[in-house]
Design a protein around this ligand. Sequence first.
Ligand SMILES: [Zn+2]
Ligand SMILES: [Zn+2]
Length: 248
Amino acid sequence: MFLHEKTYDIDELARHNLHIHTRFSGCAKPEMKARDIVLTAEKAGLEMIAMTDHNYIDRQNAVAQQRYDILREIADMDTKVKVYVGAELSAYGIGKFADDIACDKSLDYRLYTTNHFHLKYWEHPENKTPRGYVEHMLAIIDGVIESGRVDCFAHPFMSGYIHAFDDFKDVTRAYTDNDLGDIMAKANSREIAWEINLPAVRKDPDFHRRYFNIGREVGVTFNMGTDAHLLCNVDPKQFAEELKKALY
Ligand SMILES: [Zn+2]
Ligand SMILES: [Zn+2]
């Protein structure tokens, strides 16, 4: 499901932050309490936020319970910010998911990661070349699209967690424009969005310029996410100029 109208205006996209970790994610700071995230978003004048905690394979379906805890924490808040409580879910192999579909359906927003290759249980391709990783990642993404359980892909195509090469960007260079255009068009026809993920853009700006331009040509919906683990990263507007420089 798309959460907003499509736009390629970074200033407009930066009024949303659809990738924020709360303290329920082990990697986020204790200051990331749901109430304080909402207050920070309100102060920044954001229109829409999504809390997207990790769900790992050893905590299967935990995000469904966490959603209730977060909703309870913010229940009495009177805010103009539209708040979605979702998760950053894991497709750790082709057709392999860390959560059952009932858990996913209970969430307001399903942001799927397909490339956390630094985790022990993540499946790597047999063919450990850049092109092998590309085909493996495309197959994982395709499996997620076919599953019907996704609203947006988190830092898609990104290879920063693959440690098999001297330069991880060898992998993103091995995607053809057709690889990217075809899968983005397929997801788009099913109302699945693609993330502009701030840390991923910073790590590999050349790839993300290509990704952004192909996405625009295809007519996809991009969702903005800073992948915030700290309150100071909740407002994407402060990064808008940096993103424009990288993507345009
Ligand atoms: Zn991630
Ligand atoms: Zn994240």
